[in-house]
Design a binder for this molecule. Structure first.
Ligand code: CA
Length: 228
């Protein structure tokens, strides 16, 4: 089945180009031209991913994102203006999975779409036997993390961070290395994105996010995974 992508963008030319290119890549694309319409579509049309502009009539992209996040963990990529540095961190902080700055190349955008598309677990998938008790259980076959036998609702990025850290338990990974390995190129200079992602990940993974047991901060150095 085709993955469905919602484009929330008030500039008609950009929206049309996005829809055209997404469809050419084999996605089903739907568009909304203002904030309220975008929110409605996000909640009712069950998109697999949302491209969300920040500056929108009716309701801005941050507000749309906030309201979507009350109900859904659908991957959201924010489209931000290049000059608005603070927008990026605010977007991540509010639960966006990624952002891309305008003007962007279509190739770059498609790469981001692909990278953030949730890898869906087949509904019939059974939790691995080892997932039933105790600590976290990461299942690379299912791209899923289980806690006490239940799958956690992680974004692609959150899964990738956890997966990377836990591949070498106890080894301290710098924020730069995490950014390079998990985010890929071009994010350099905005390491706050790593801290935001770690904080959100802890909220999902840890019993007490303020006193983490799995993802530990090594002050001044980075993070490591504790598997005890
Ligand atoms: Ca706009």
């Amino acid at each position: 089945m085709k993955k469905k992508i919602l484009v929330v963008e008030d500039e008609r030319t950009i929206a049309d180009i996005l829809v055209f290119n997404l469809e050419r890549e084999g996605y089903e694309a739907i568009a909304a031209g203002d904030g309220p319409a975008g929110l409605k579509s996000a909640l009712e049309d069950e998109p697999d991913l949302i491209l969300l502009d920040v500056m929108l009539p009716g309701m801005d992209g941050f507000e749309v994102l906030r309201r979507v996040r009350e109900k859904s963990q659908v991957p959201v990529i924010m489209l931000t203006a290049r000059e608005e540095e603070t927008d990026k961190v605010e977007a991540l902080d509010m639960g966006a999975d990624d952002y891309i700055t305008k003007p962007f190349s279509m190739r770059e955008l498609m790469a981001r779409v692909k990278a953030n598309m949730r890898r869906t677990v087949p509904p019939e998938a059974e939790p691995p036997a080892a997932a039933v008790e105790g600590r976290l259980m990461i299942s690379p076959e299912q791209n899923t993390v289980y806690k006490n036998g239940r799958p956690l609702d992680l974004s692609v990025r959150e899964y990738d961070i956890l997966s990377f850290l836990s591949s070498t338990p106890g080894r301290v990974v710098t924020r730069e290395e995490l950014m390079e390995k998990v985010w890929g190129y071009e994010y350099y200079g905005d390491l706050r994105a790593v801290d935001v992602a770690i904080r959100r990940l802890r909220e999902k993974v840890e019993d007490e996010p303020a006193q983490p047991k799995y993802i530990i901060t090594k002050r001044g150095m980075g993070y490591y995974y504790d598997e005890r």
